[in-house]
Design a protein around this ligand. Sequence first.
Ligand code: ATP
Ligand code: MG
Length: 391
Amino acid sequence: MKELFLIKLGEMVLKGQNRAAFDSTLLKTIRRRLYSAGEFEVRYAQSTIYVIPKNENCDMDRAQDKLSKIFGIVAFTRAGAAEKELSSICETAVEYLADQLAAAGSFKVESKRADKSFPLTSLELSREVGAAILRKYHHLKVDVHNPELTVRAEVRDFGAYLHTDPLPGAGGMPSGTGGKAAILISGGIDSPIAAWMMARRGVELVPVHFASPPYTSERAEQKVVELLEKVAAYCGPMKMRTVSITHIQEEILQKCPEELFTVIMRRFMVRISNRIAQSEDCGALITGESLGQVASQTMQAIRCTDAVAELPVFRPLIGTDKAEIVAAAHRIGTYEISIEPYEDCCTVFTPRHPRTKPPVFVIEKAETALDVDTLVAEALESVKITPIRIR
Ligand code: ATP
Ligand code: MG
């Protein structure tokens, strides 16, 4: 029995003149990602991408898992392929969908005839396939209003295909079609989700992580690598920049009021990220901030950090509740890693009573005690690059 995947395109269909570029980016991504599942033919026709195994060695389950993580695919089906003849279509329906038909109590058949030269109408085809199924599965009842199983028969250019409900895709836009941005990534729950959300809009990510050695460990940094690997399964490989922020933190601690520590440190993170982002041709910064979550995420504190940003700062989680972020973390598999108790540069030095509504001028005055440019330049010299791969 021949099996294949049919991929229907979502929002991309709306992209007008850019459409061709979007399609070819997606086709390239599909080919690259399926490489480890075997040899597949990937071709585009009639608003559908056909993914066809070239030989018996293809791992269809692995391919299915890979396809479910490709941005730009809204839904896809795994289908049995038949000849464009009624007998072959009926036979394929009965055999290919055997397990699902055996498990269901009721069903209906829906047919689509994209090849108008096929001699039967959709209705006639549905009736014939339904009859063939009933001849083999005596326990089944037809229920056109509320069936347990919908059998779908599609007659297209290259063949006929039998399948049931489509599988959900990751949605969004193909990776790389939405520009490039630097994501400030910690080992927490929020920033990996912010990364995933922007990657889903087609944004290529440049992860920037701040560490405070020796207060933060190698293992804490490894945790961030593992989190990014989960995101990379969706958006492809990345290059993480790790920056040491230890000296900056020590200077702030010594020379600035303790209650302003976190906001001043965030401003350094943004200044350093500006520079990395610009050298990498990024159009924006991304953070995992959510309004009011902690003292440094009040509207006034965010205004203080934005005051030093030289690029737009995207905060995809700004209006979300923690519970929603946690649910997303479970879905993409980052939650269990995020809750591992390793120290973060933000938790190493935490003011006892952070100021929640600092005016920008107060922060700017406090920073006059610091040699900002030299500290930023020094931190940039510490940048270490770690490749993030798809596992
Ligand atoms: P998260 O799960 O993102 O750590 P959080 O609630 O702990 O969430 P904060 O620690 O206040 O948030 O950090 C807010 C944002 O600042 C993070 O979402 C992230 O974008 C950035 N950030 C925090 N710590 C770091 C770090 N060590 N390196 C890079 N960016 C960081
Ligand atoms: Mg954090």
